[in-house]
Design a protein around this ligand. Structure first.
Ligand SMILES: Nc1ncnc2c1ncn2[C@@H]1O[C@H](COP(=O)(O)OP(=O)(O)OP(=O)(O)O)[C@@H](O)[C@H]1O
Ligand SMILES: [Mg+2]
Length: 223
């Protein structure tokens, strides 16, 4: 079973007076686990996801994927890790502005799949309908509302066929009905065997995870 382990992971930003954001964190997450992480704004939640996703480097300590330190990865291994192991749902919108929603979603879906374009498109359509976006399929990102973009970002992360989902406040800007649909999809993904790390301010939402952590003073504690 796939596994990501954090061992004594610390992070400070050199340009920020070496203020320690994460302090010797330890955490283990397996495929099929669902954890949530909450904490005040600016405490380091996104930083933690970026470290797990291999987007930034730790100041000290390690992130292991199946026992191997991701910092020791060759370029090819890191490419493979980013492509097949982790999928990000970023806090900020990250779309190719010149491509419509359909093309943006096809692009991420095609990164790692055996499905034909026809089958992929059918899958995309099904999710677009569930998230009330089907009528916006051919809109450019700038033509979508905040909540529509949020749902589209979520879909893009889900459609990438990775082992772990790293979700940064995926339900921001959403009404209750849409949040519920996202929760349903997150739970389906866990059932399908993906590991889910959900960062959220929403204490009610965090309850859907198997284990809830709070990030305070650079440390994670179970709540
Ligand atoms: N590149 C950087 N250089 C210097 N400081 C940074 C950098 N990126 C983030 N920080 C600082 O690190 C701290 C943690 O930021 P981070 O984005 O991880 O917080 P967060 O918990 O995700 O907050 P929010 O809930 O508002 O999204 C913040 O104080 C931020 O200003
Ligand atoms: Mg954040």
């Amino acid at each position: 079973m796939s596994n990501i382990t954090l061992d004594n992971l610390s992070k400070f930003y050199e340009n920020a007076e070496n203020e320690k954001i994460l302090d010797k964190l330890k955490l283990e997450i397996n495929a099929g686990d669902f954890i949530s992480i909450s904490g005040h704004s600016g405490i380091g939640k996104s930083t933690l996801l970026y470290l797990i996703g291999g987007l930034i480097k730790a100041s000290s300590g390690h992130v292991y994927y199946n026992g191997k330190d991701i910092n020791q990865f060759s370029k090819r291994e890191m490419d493979d890790y980013r492509k097949n192991v982790v999928s990000f749902i970023f806090q900020e919108y990250q779309f190719v502005q010149a491509m419509n929603l359909r093309d943006n979603l096809m692009f991420t879906s095609k990164l790692n799949t055996d499905l034909s374009d026809l089958k992929l498109e059918a899958k995309i359509d099904e999710y677009l309908k569930r998230l009330n976006l089907f009528e916006r399929k051919f809109y450019l990102p700038r033509m979508l509302s905040g909540g529509q973009k949020r749902r589209a970002m979520f879909l893009s992360g889900i459609l990438k066929n990775s082992e772990f989902l790293l979700m940064d406040e995926p339900t921001n800007d959403l009404d209750e009905k849409m949040s519920k649909e996202l929760i349903k999809i997150m739970l389906e993904e866990k059932e399908a065997g993906r590991g889910v790390i959900l960062v959220t301010h929403d204490s009610e939402l965090s309850q859907i995870a198997d284990v809830n952590y709070s990030l305070v003073d650079g440390k994670l504690t179970v709540i």
